[in-house]
Design a protein around this ligand. Structure first.
Ligand code: FES
Length: 105
């Protein structure tokens, strides 16, 4: 298990971006994936809002926010607060990508 850093764009849609970041943070706590021990090592998953991920075209589409998950560098678009539960469970917990939100970039 590795540390993840998730950046959520709040540049064009500060409201939904902030809500998405909040929802992901809440899910990390609920699912016990904020700080945890895996393979004898402490791991952290962190969420931060940011200004622009250079995906502005995606931010203009749909009601959601653009996000990027590092270290994989996976970009998702149109992410809404309701997607936080499966993002944390699937991507961070199981290493499975959310194909319906995935951006080619
Ligand atoms: S405004 Fe969201 S990526 Fe640029």
């Amino acid at each position: 298990m590795i540390d993840h850093h998730i950046f959520v764009c709040t540049n064009q849609k500060s409201e939904v971006g902030d809500e998405v970041a909040k929802a992901i943070k809440k899910e990390l706590k609920l699912q016990g994936l904020k700080t945890f021990v895996a393979g004898g090592q402490k791991a952290h998953n962190r969420v931060q809002t940011c200004n622009c991920l250079d995906l502005c075209k995606q931010c203009k589409k749909g009601p959601g926010a653009a996000i990027v998950v590092y270290p994989e560098g996976i970009f998702y678009g149109n992410v809404r607060p309701k997607d936080a539960e499966r993002l944390v469970h699937e991507h961070l917990g199981k290493g499975r990508l959310l194909n319906d939100l995935l951006l080619d970039n």
